[in-house]
Design a protein around this ligand. Structure first.
Ligand code: DX5
Ligand code: ZN
Length: 223
C-alpha cells in the first residue's frame, strides 16, 4: 500500500482555518488529522464538535479524528455526526476497548486505537484483528511541535510484525515529531500513515512540505 499523509490541523492557523482546509484539499494529503484534547487525558484543550463540523463543510478529504479524551464512548456518535471518517481512541482511556471499537464501526467509521509512548505494543494483541488502524504516538500527546521519541522505531517494527501475522491491511499511523528527517525511516520500520503538524504548517510552503512527505525517495532523506 502506498503510504498516506495526514496533516494535523492542530498546527493550522485557527483564524484562517477555511484557507488551510482549502490548501489541504489542493494538496497531496490523503486525510485531515483532527486532534481533540479534553484537558484531562492530556494537559491541553484543543477544539470540539462545532469546529470539526465547520472543517467538514469544506474538507474534500476524510477526517481522521484522534480523540485524546477520557471515556470517549460518551461522544462517539457526536464525532461521527460532526463528520469523522476515522475515529481513534486511546488504549489508556478505555475500560472496555473491544466494545468501543465495535461502537465506532457500527457508526460506519473506521476504528483506530492509539498507544502512548509508555504503552507496549503487545497490549494490542487481543484487539488487532478488529482494528482498521493503530496509532503509535511518537511524542507524549498534548502538543504539536515536540521532539520525536526515538525508541518508537522498535514499537513500529513490533506492530508491523503483529499486523503481518494477524491483520495485514491494518493502517499503522505515527503521530508526533514526524518530518522529512525521519519519514523514510518510519516507512521502512512499517508505518504507512504519517501525521505531521509542525513540519507542514510551519513550513514556508506547506504544499511542498506535504508533497515531499508523500513522494519520499532516498533523495529527500536527510538522516
Ligand atoms: C499531539 C497530536 C499530534 C500533533 C502532531 O498530541 O496528537 O497530532 O498535532 O504535531 P507535530 O507533527 O507538530 O508533532
Ligand atoms: Zn494526533
Amino acid at each position: 500500500m502506498n503510504h498516506l499523509i495526514a496533516p494535523s490541523i492542530l498546527s493550522a492557523d485557527f483564524a484562517h482555518l477555511k484557507q488551510d482546509i482549502l490548501m489541504l484539499n489542493n494538496s497531496d494529503a490523503d486525510w485531515i488529522h483532527v486532534d481533540v484534547m479534553d484537558g484531562v487525558f492530556v494537559p491541553n484543550i484543543s477544539f470540539g464538535f462545532p469546529v470539526i463540523a465547520a472543517v467538514k463543510n469544506y474538507a474534500l478529504k476524510p477526517l481522521d479524528v484522534h480523540l485524546m479524551i477520557t471515556n470517549p464512548d460518551r461522544y462517539l456518535e457526536d464525532f461521527q455526526k460532526a463528520g469523522a471518517n476515522v475515529i481513534t481512541v486511546h488504549y489508556e482511556a478505555c475500560d472496555h476497548l473491544d466494545r468501543t471499537i465495535h461502537k465506532i464501526k457500527e457508526l460506519g467509521c473506521k476504528a483506530g486505537v492509539a498507544i502512548n509512548p509508555h504503552t507496549p505494543v503487545s497490549l494490542l494483541e487481543n484487539v488487532i484483528e478488529e482494528l482498521d488502524l493503530a496509532l503509535i504516538m511518537t511524542v507524549n500527546p498534548g502538543f504539536g511541535g515536540q521532539k520525536f521519541i526515538a525508541n518508537s522505531y522498535h514499537k513500529i517494527q513490533q506492530l508491523r510484525a503483529m499486523a503481518d501475522e494477524k491483520n495485514p491491511d491494518l493502517y499503522i499511523e505515527v503521530d508526533g515529531g514526524v518530518s522529512n528527517h525521519n519519514s523514510l525511516a518510519l516507512l521502512k520500520a512499517g508505518a504507512n500513515v504519517l501525521v505531521a503538524g509542525n513540519a507542514i504548517f510551519a513550513a514556508e510552503d506547506p504544499l511542498h512540505a506535504i508533497a515531499e512527505l508523500k513522494h519520499i525517495s532516498p533523495d529527500t532523506f536527510h538522516a
